[in-house]
Design a protein around this ligand. Structure first.
Ligand code: URA
Length: 208
């Protein structure tokens, strides 16, 4: 199984609060944003950097910059929206695309109901955001949509992943690198992650 777990003490601490039933939407949203920023710090480790020459007050020296105008963030609706601000704080010039997917209750197939992506180049560094990597079906579908639009360099950023979901993404998208704050135990028979944190979308938007 190929997955990068960002198990920094700050991430563990914040995720522990998020998991708890009595953590309300305000705190849940803030923590999701903060953890995403911390995961993004690791997930951007291999982003391309460019050399430049700069003047300090004392002399000319080499400097480095990243081209965050060639970064595209793609939250999967709707829970992925809760991760967008955290990563945008680090990469403020990134473009943001959106993909909406639902599961057909009969066939369990992932159906795209919305997508709006900026133009993607082969060099574009793309971060697909999906807080709960459960069955992996939505993530794989979103990655396929990004690839159909020309995306090549894709990182999947999740908050909690199941072993089942990681395997599905590894199998269907072996080129995609996965980052998560936690690899949890397993899925239950309704497709929820155990121990997980329940429905991330409902907790973010207080829809239950
Ligand atoms: N989506 C969620 O929000 N939670 C899960 O546990 C699985 C999928």
């Amino acid at each position: 199984m190929k997955v990068n777990v960002v198990d920094h003490p700050l991430v563990k601490h914040k995720l522990t609060i998020m998991r708890q039933t009595d953590t309300g939407p305000k705190e849940f949203r803030e923590l999701l944003k903060e953890i995403t920023l911390l995961i993004a710090y690791e997930a951007t480790r291999h982003i391309e950097i460019f050399e430049t020459e700069i003047e300090t007050p004392l002399e000319t020296t080499k400097g480095y910059y990243i081209n965050d105008k060639d970064v595209v963030i793609v939250p999967i609706l709707r829970a992925g929206l809760g991760m967008a601000d955290g990563i945008l704080q680090l990469l403020p010039n990134a473009s943001v695309g959106h993909i909406g997917i639902y599961r057909d209750p009969k066939t369990l197939e992932a159906i795209e109901y919305y997508s709006k992506l900026p133009s993607l180049k082969q060099t574009s560094q793309i971060f697909v955001l999906d807080p709960m990597l459960a069955t992996g079906v939505s993530s794989v579908k979103a990655i396929e949509i990004v690839k159909e639009h020309g995306g090549k360099k894709i990182v999947l950023v999740t908050l909690i992943a199941s072993p089942e979901g990681v395997r599905v993404v590894n199998e269907h998208c072996p080129d995609v690198i996965i980052y998560t704050a936690s690899l949890d135990r397993k899925l239950n028979d309704k497709g929820y992650i155990l121990p997980g944190l329940g429905d991330a979308g409902d907790r973010l938007f207080r829809t239950k």
